[in-house]
Design a protein around this ligand. Structure first.
Ligand SMILES: [Zn+2]
Length: 469
């Protein structure tokens, strides 16, 4: 008989761990006085799985699971009875070995992976399901596994969850889920929590937004799993605390009542721009399945006309994608003539750029203003040649030319040898990044009216390249 009843310690397997955390919140305790008490909680959970979930439960439980398999029985009462029987049988086993999830020695049960909420087909070694069809886990981890679905959210037709190094984030995630899970159970809805987001990166962005709203910061790993037997992917995206802090600093509030403008909220207006328009400047659309039919939903109607700004997150957004995947955002900033302020916050906070580099690059942009005898002329003679450089060598040469011009004009150097070696083009750093930062600083010195922007678009047609990948 099972006598491990303390669920307070974390374990190393992501799905067991998310189940353990769900169990603690679902049961409102992490220790049980006896097996009967734990079994009651399991019965309550199985009751929901059998009676309060639609076919969606099949998205996390294998189709051979007792919860989902019609051949088990079409009679739900019978299905419930068999599920409990299965749980008791496992709890009564006593096999020797080490638990795959927590390493506990002996008194284990032998689990068939098809009965549990697992990623049954993937070969990722970090998941219990990687191992053979039949594997050994301890009773505690086996119990936790059953709770995993209650602590996940449906995203993009699969199931997503997160685990953070900040336990308050884990708690917040679990509490939100169990609360919704319980509410769904009462309303005759599918009890599994639905994020209503079909894009994993957007789901992550939205989650980070809610976390910073609650003052919660930490590193987080997001998982997206499915139980499809063959070639099921596990997508794993890790985001860093400084990314959440970045959102906190530049856009702690989402646009709720009106469309964001660059002057009021620069970051949100960029988010809006890339969610609403594709690279051809056409409004985005998305497809949704309503009552089994594919319907095309238009951003213009859903978000703008209906003022349903939260629905912005349902549309593909290359900026969010790059942000979540920790790719550089500088090209977006250059293309949109973003402010030096936003660029600095980004470079300092997320790229960890040294203050000294930022200072030197900014000072070059400022000093070059000595050559400004009219913005149009300045664009053509100073900025475009920098925009058009295609290699580190070309950029260096361009800077040398400008050095000469500035010396002639002001008698002062544009930069020192140390500046060049350590701050402008330091060994091992991306020259493209230097170029982008310099351009942002240069554009920041100009007041770009529509006429100048038009010149820019015409002369540098590939400016920012195609960011809509
Ligand atoms: Zn274990």
């Amino acid at each position: 008989m099972m006598n491990e009843l303390d669920f307070s310690k974390p374990v190393g397997d992501p799905i067991v761990e998310i189940g353990r955390q769900g169990l603690i919140v679902f049961c409102k305790k992490n220790q049980f006085t006896n097996f009967e008490e734990l079994k009651k909680a399991v019965e309550k959970l199985f009751n929901i799985y059998v009676f309060k979930t639609s076919g969606r439960i099949g998205q996390i439980f294998s189709s051979n699971s007792k919860f989902t398999h019609n051949s088990t029985s079409n009679n739900l009462n019978e299905r419930f009875r068999q599920s409990i029987e299965l749980y008791e049988t496992l709890a009564n086993e006593s096999k020797d070995g080490y638990c795959l999830a927590c390493g506990k020695k002996n008194d284990l049960c032998s689990v068939n992976k098809t009965i549990l909420p697992l990623t049954t087909g993937n070969s990722n070694v970090n998941f219990t399901s990687n191992f053979s069809n039949q594997f050994l886990v301890c009773k505690k981890c086996m119990t936790s596994l059953f709770f995993a679905p209650s602590n996940m959210q449906k995203v993009a037709g699969r199931m997503a969850f997160l685990i953070s190094n900040n336990n308050d984030i884990n708690k917040y995630w679990s509490e939100q889920n169990i609360q919704k899970f319980n509410i769904n159970t009462i309303k005759q809805d599918d009890s599994l929590v639905d994020s209503k987001t079909n894009i994993f990166e957007n789901f992550i962005y939205e989650t980070m937004y809610y976390l910073q709203k609650k003052g919660l910061f930490g590193d987080i790993t997001f998982y997206l799993i499915s139980n499809v037997d063959k070639e099921s992917d596990i997508e794993i995206i890790h985001v860093y605390e400084n990314q959440i802090r970045f959102i906190y600093e530049v856009a702690p509030d989402f646009f709720k009542d009106e469309l964001p403008t660059s002057s009021k909220n620069e970051w949100n207006s960029l988010i809006y721009k890339y969610s609403s328009f594709d690279s051809n400047n056409a409004y985005r659309t998305r497809t949704e399945t309503i009552d089994g039919k594919k319907v095309i939903v238009k951003f213009q109607e859903e978000v703008v006309q209906n003022k349903n700004f939260q629905a912005t997150m349902k549309y593909f957004n290359p900026l969010i994608n790059s942000f979540i995947q920790s790719k550089s955002l500088l090209r977006f900033f250059v293309k949109n003539y973003s402010s030096w302020r936003l660029t600095q916050i980004y470079l300092r906070g997320i790229r960890g750029m040294r203050e000294e580099r930022l200072k030197v690059l900014k000072s070059i942009a400022e000093k070059l203003q000595a050559l400004n005898e009219g913005n149009k002329d300045f664009l053509k003679k100073i900025i475009f040649p920098i925009e058009k450089t295609k290699s580190q060598g070309e950029l260096r040469e361009k800077l040398r030319e400008l050095m000469k011009k500035i010396l002639l004009k002001t008698g002062q150097p544009l930069y020192t040898v140390d500046d060049m070696v350590f701050e402008i083009l330091p060994n091992g750093e991306s020259w493209q990044e230097t170029k982008d930062i310099l351009l942002i600083a240069l554009y920041g010195e100009l007041t770009l009216d529509d006429e100048l922007k038009e010149i820019l678009e015409n002369d540098i047609p590939n400016k920012g390249e195609d960011l809509d990948e």
